[in-house]
Design a protein around this ligand. Structure first.
Ligand code: TMP
Length: 242
């Protein structure tokens, strides 16, 4: 059998918090997690020592749990402290958000008190476009702009709600409230829809269930301090999972 070489080769993309490298096999990429923190579409930036290591480990555990529960993802395996091997996919240029409580941009937009428990989860879409500040869109915008098609969006919506149904009790069992989270999806060369990107305190709002202490990127956005410590709490709780 052919020995696969997963040594990172060329940098093919660099985002605010991750780098993506090609490997010899064109079906795979290596994703490298950086310590760069950003907020407000990159206006606020800093280095948080060890954040990349924590997010790589946290996201790897979450993706393994999701795979175990039947969610198809791009994740293959964690390679080391900062890198994971993932399947190469074409990412849909839409951010898909699920919300269980009002917080962040939705609390502001709709005049809701942060923490208000939504009677049913909310599904939102944002056009991934930094120049436009990732504006919120609906199904008809997505289709008219050619970002995706109705069948794919319907499938993504079902998948995002399944992810929410898996992760909400998983975090609750660890004493953490999953307030909201952002996902990205892509298609493998054979057309299979997969969950892409990461799920970590950078992309989820995670509150301590007893104290409502913020254990996510809001600590950085809102200058609450102890960012890496909060991410470390999330990792140590996830490591309790069997
Ligand atoms: P929002 O309330 O700021 O719209 O964020 C909703 C969720 O999406 C929250 O869990 C944070 C996450 N998110 C990202 O991961 N990246 C982003 O660029 C933004 C704006 C939000």
């Amino acid at each position: 059998m052919k020995e696969l070489d997963f040594t990172p080769r060329n940098l093919i993309y660099e985002g605010k918090s991750k780098q993506i490298f090609a490997v010899d096999d064109p079906d795979y990429v290596i994703i490298r997690y950086k310590d760069d923190a950003s907020a407000y579409n990159g206006i606020k930036r800093a280095q948080i020592t060890n954040k990349g290591v924590l997010n790589n480990k946290i996201s790897s555990i979450i993706y393994q749990q999701l795979e175990k529960n039947g969610i198809k993802t791009h994740f293959v395996k964690r390679l080391n402290d900062r890198e994971q091997l993932c399947r190469r996919k074409n990412v849909i240029p839409i951010e898909f958000v699920a919300r269980n409580r009002a917080a962040g941009s939705m609390a502001i937009r709709l005049g809701l008190k942060e923490g208000f428990e939504l009677p049913t989860p909310i599904f939102e879409m944002c056009y991934k476009n930094d120049e436009l500040d990732d504006p919120i869109i609906n199904y008809t915008h997505a289709i008219a702009l050619g970002l995706s098609d109705s069948d794919t969006i319907e499938k993504v919506k079902i998948e995002v709600m399944r992810v929410n149904d898996i992760l909400t009790p998983l975090f609750a069992q660890l004493g953490v409230t999953l307030v909201d989270f952002k996902t990205e999806f892509g298609k493998l060369p054979d057309g299979t829809l997969v969950l892409a990107d990461e799920l970590s305190p950078d992309t989820c709002r995670l509150w301590d269930a007893d104290t409502n202490e913020r254990l996510d990127r809001d600590r950085f956005r809102r200058d609450l301090g102890r960012v890496a410590e909060a991410y470390g709490i999330i990792l140590s709780r996830l490591e309790q999972l069997k």
